[in-house]
Design a protein around this ligand. Structure first.
Ligand code: NAD
Length: 249
């Protein structure tokens, strides 16, 4: 039980993507977990699914739109009231719409930055209030595209490159509180995000360029999230770790 009695908040974890797989992995390692959905319906759906998938787990499902400060403040309050402390934040919520720069409006760009980057910033700022006395682990979700670029995804790549910068700056700033801040940069993970936004030819090309020759499943990533959340990584902060089958090296 590598996360026994630790309390974790995972944004964007109600749908069956990376966040939900990480939630199940954390529960299996003894953590108490807040699964977050962006709306009331997917939050309720996630709770029903969790009851099936992990009937004996200790968890909550809370609606958190990371663009809304009141939602962000609320989820930390709710977790603290239930369990008394918060040890882990996984900034996982994100969107990845594809549009050429010629078609992309200011609003298109802003929406992506607001969810992916400001959302990470907002949740991190709130987490500091709860972690500064006892330390904690904040895990940001970057992407291989922050280092590699991506056709027709300027907002997304910019948002993820900004997360790399936030990770390093926040690690420097928060080390004094024993709060560690790291980022994971996945390659192609076969979730709805990829299936809905990346065409089959591009997925095929990226898989061909990946030495391990396939896209990841969300479960391929879970071990790294557990490592960074746990005390096993007690001297690791400010890193951006690729987990991409060797796509970027
Ligand atoms: P996903 O679409 O299943 O997960 C994204 C989650 O974010 C969803 O649950 C969605 O409801 C939620 N979300 C969207 N807007 C939100 C908002 N305003 N507030 C709160 N939550 C919101 O896709 P995924 O592939 O599991 O992605 C998870 C994370 O991993 C994202 O940050 C994504 O950028 C990153 N990532 C994914 C891949 C990939 O290939 N799938 C690669 C690199 C990085």
């Amino acid at each position: 039980m590598r996360l026994k009695d630790k309390v974790a908040i995972i944004t964007g974890s109600s749908t069956k993507g990376i966040g939900y797989a990480v939630a199940l992995g954390f529960i299996d390692e003894g953590a108490k977990v807040v699964v977050c959905g962006v709306g009331d319906n997917d939050t309720a759906d996630a709770l029903e699914r969790l009851k099936q998938d992990r009937p004996n787990g200790d968890y909550l499902a809370v609606k958190v739109d990371v663009t809304k400060l009141e939602d962000v403040e609320n989820v930390f309050k709710v977790a603290k009231e239930k369990w008394g402390h918060i040890d882990i934040l996984v900034n996982n919520a994100g969107i990845a719409p594809a549009k050429s720069i010629e078609e992309m409006s200011d609003e298109d760009f802003e929406v992506v930055l607001n969810i992916n980057t400001f959302g990470t910033f907002r949740c991190t700022r709130e987490a500091v209030k709860y972690m500064k006395d006892n330390g904690g682990s904040i895990i940001n979700t970057s992407s291989f595209v922050s280092l590699y670029g991506s056709n027709s995804q300027s907002a997304y790549t910019a948002s993820k490159a900004a997360i790399n910068g936030l990770t390093k700056s926040n690690a420097k700033e928060l080390g004094k509180y024993k709060i560690r801040v790291n980022a994971i940069a996945p390659g192609v993970v076969m979730t709805d995000m990829v299936k809905n936004t990346v065409d089959e030819k591009t997925i095929g090309y990226l898989q061909m360029m990946t030495p391990l020759g396939r896209g990841a499943t969300p479960e391929d990533l879970v071990g790294l999230y557990i490592y960074l959340a746990s005390d096993e990584s007690s001297f690791t902060t400010g890193t951006i770790i690729n987990i991409d089958g060797g796509l970027v090296m």
